[in-house]
Design a protein around this ligand. Structure first.
Ligand code: GAL
Length: 504
């Protein structure tokens, strides 16, 4: 069975027939799991058999019901296959259930997680209470028009430095540091809370923050009072990537909550949603559902799509209401990963432009894992790519060197150029790459990258900028201007040179 066909049948099979009056296997019935590991959070197993035909499913917090494929009893064990995710080599995994002293032991694997959980017999009533409520996906509606993010969003996000160890006090401290360091005045505006803020839903289903965030309205007011904007994070799945409550089944309600609290930006991260939305059609519909819900709040909330660049997101990200969309999996604070994303996985330039940007992921500048030259390359690449500039370090600990990289107004102006053209490589020569990005004032930004591990000398030419001759060159990192290009530039290992040239 193909994945897509299986996904369709799995959804259709979610409604199981009630337990047969006479159980045919020792596994028939409802089994409850109270202490299963949090991921994928097995809560229940249901097995029904009629004659030789066995049906069953395992209910989980992350993925809802996992349908048993081809369940059969072999050597006293119940064996079945289950759909897997994120593993091309193993689209399905073999699971097994054994019985011992009236308890079942369920073992299997999904993604990178080994499942090993022990369950006890439950009643049909208990099964009803634990049943996963499947949320139907609305059809893909008309494209959503966006007026936000005329230039790539700039700001800060908590994930790269703090992961889920984020709280109200730290967010306030970041807002203060953004102002006192001059980062706000350099153009950085959003202070974004990533994963880890969520608590539980109240009796009406309204999502509450956890106790690290005692008062969301007070927090957004604090950030707004400093001339900044503030962002929040959720997932179309039941669980976020760090295992917190997602928006599955509560999409419109959560959009209203975020608007009511005063948020200006939402990062919507696929996470467990990839189980429910495994193809282009369903992913689009799930993102559009939130895009439309955000628009319906009437509040200008920037919508950041995080589905790791799947299904050519750049070609439909705008239509579902997005202003930026991640082009890859996660960045890490090392040259290899940063360079792989920045040079090779930063999205199709044809998809980028005002109100819609390829997001090469948050910056690592200032986190300590790269050299000054490597961080200069990071900033140069992101600016040449018109990528959003979301800092990812502890703003209270910005060294003068990092501050200079992050606040260089010439470099920021290239990223924020109103023409919104995403630059790209125009020449590659061994480990050297030349990139060009036409600017609104008629100049062309050129970047010269040395991807090698030895210093290298290399010339830029007018042709690199699509020009016949050059009348002015500005070195964007130093600000110095000259009438023409030098014979060559010496670029340090993993380093970059960035200039803007005018023809004439
Ligand atoms: C990842 C995402 C990261 C971060 C993390 C939070 O899926 O790509 O940027 O948001 O989840 O759990």
């Amino acid at each position: 069975m193909t994945r897509a066909l299986f996904a369709a049948t799995a959804l259709a099979a979610i409604m199981l027939a009630p337990a047969a009056a006479s159980a045919r296997t020792a596994f028939d019935g409802v089994w409850l799991f109270d202490k299963a590991p949090p991921m994928p959070g097995v809560t229940m197993m249901e097995v029904t058999s009629r004659g030789t035909r066995i049906e069953g499913r395992v209910t989980t917090l992350w993925y809802g019901p996992i349908t048993m494929i081809d369940p059969r009893v072999e050597n006293g064990r119940l064996i079945f296959d289950a759909r897997n995710i994120n593993d091309r080599d193993h689209p399905f995994r073999r699971w097994s259930v054994s019985l011992d002293k009236g308890q079942v032991r369920l073992q299997g694997q999904i993604w990178a997680t080994e499942v090993d959980a022990t369950g006890y017999r439950g009643t049909a009533k208990a099964a009803k209470a634990r049943a996963f409520k499947v949320a139907p996906l609305p059809p893909l509606g008309a494209p959503i028009a966006s007026r936000l993010a005329a230039t790539p969003p700039m700001g800060w996000s908590s994930w790269n430095r703090f992961a889920e160890h984020i709280d109200d006090e730290t967010v306030r401290a970041m807002a203060d540091a953004m102002v006192s360091s001059g980062l706000r005045d350099a153009g950085y505006r959003y202070v974004n809370i990533d994963d880890g803020w969520q608590g539980r839903r109240d009796a009406n289903g309204v999502l509450q923050p956890n106790d690290k965030f005692p008062d969301m309205k007070a927090l957004t007011a604090y950030v707004h009072a400093r001339g900044l904007k503030i962002g929040i994070y959720s997932s179309p799945g039941p669980r976020t990537c760090a295992g917190y409550e997602g928006s599955y089944g509560h999409v419109a309600q959560d959009a209203r909550t975020f608007a009511d609290w005063g948020f200006d930006y939402l990062k919507y991260d696929l996470c467990s949603g990839e189980w429910f939305y495994p193809n282009a059609d369903t992913v689009k519909r799930s993102y559009r559902e939130m895009g439309a819900a955000l628009q319906a709040t009437g509040r200008g909330i920037v919508f950041s799509l995080c589905e790791y660049g799947r299904f050519e997101v750049g070609s439909w990200g705008r239509d579902v209401g997005g202003q930026l969309w991640r082009t890859t999996g996660d960045i890490t604070d090392d040259y290899e990963t940063m360079a792989k994303i920045g040079f090779e996985r930063n999205g199709d330039p044809d998809h980028a432009g005002p109100h819609g940007w390829n997001d090469a992921d948050m910056l690592e500048i200032g986190n300590g894992g790269m050299s000054l030259d490597e961080y200069r390359t990071h900033m140069t690449l992101w600016a040449m790519s018109a990528s959003p500039l979301m800092m990812g370090h502890d703003l209270r600990r910005t060294t003068p060197e990092m501050l200079a990289l992050l606040t260089n107004r010439h470099v920021i102006a290239v990223d924020q150029d109103p023409r919104g053209i995403q630059g790209k490589a125009v020449r590659k020569d061994g480990r050297i790459e030349v990139w060009a990005k036409p600017l609104a004032d008629g100049r062309v930004a050129l970047a010269l990258f040395n991807r090698g591990t030895d210093e290298a000398s290399f010339a830029l030419t007018a042709a690199d900028a699509g020009l016949r001759s050059i009348s002015q060159v500005q070195d964007l990192w130093s600000g110095a201007t000259a009438a023409g290009l030098p014979e060559s530039y010496t670029v340090p290992a993993h380093g970059a040179v960035m200039v803007a040239v005018r023809g004439g």
